[in-house]
Design a binder for this molecule. Sequence first.
Ligand code: FES
Length: 223
Amino acid sequence: MSPAFAFLGISIIGTWGLATIGLIAGGIILLFFPGDPTTASDNTLGGVILLVAGIASGGLMQMVVGPLLGIDPPLPIRAKSIIPHAKMKRWVSAGELRDFPDGLPKEVRMRSRRITIIRQGESAYAINALCSHARLPLAGFPGSPVRAQKVQDDCVMCPFHGARFEIQSGKVVIQPFSSQFNHDHPFLGRVQSKLMFWNRTAEDIQTYPVQIEDGNVMVGLPK
Ligand code: FES
């Protein structure tokens, strides 16, 4: 990407972000700090309009900018959109089995899909890379404090808010923000469960069929 194009993109996103913050801040000020009631006019409607416009702008921004940065928008994935394994017959190599750490989720890109491979000894499983709760990566952000968690009881735990999924079926077995997770992770758990009051559940997650061929992890993708 040329520097000029990158600069233009950053300028547009930055201006959009500042405008969004301005709208939300303006709405909050009008609603909660209206000034002296004897002299100030009633700005409740204006405050609500600014706040709604700011939140809508922020949501839209996440949906537009997120994918450009490789982050999908924070929308839950409905179980009904899950594709059965029988329909996944386009076999693609994810790499050699020995290159995947045993029991630790590792994300790979396969034909533009983000997939997490989980090696269990001489077997491997493939599951959608993005958690169905807030579409954050199940393998965490490598190098950051939020990293992939070891598989336990054949379940992978999302490191962000603690949802657990069976690695074979993709079924959600523990919802995000369990009391145990909130206790162990005060910020990611307790604090964020309050901030994300509108989205506290995860759906079942897409899995993919896997075959090991000559030491290669072959993943079946939809045609
Ligand atoms: S993003 Fe996975 S539990 Fe919230």
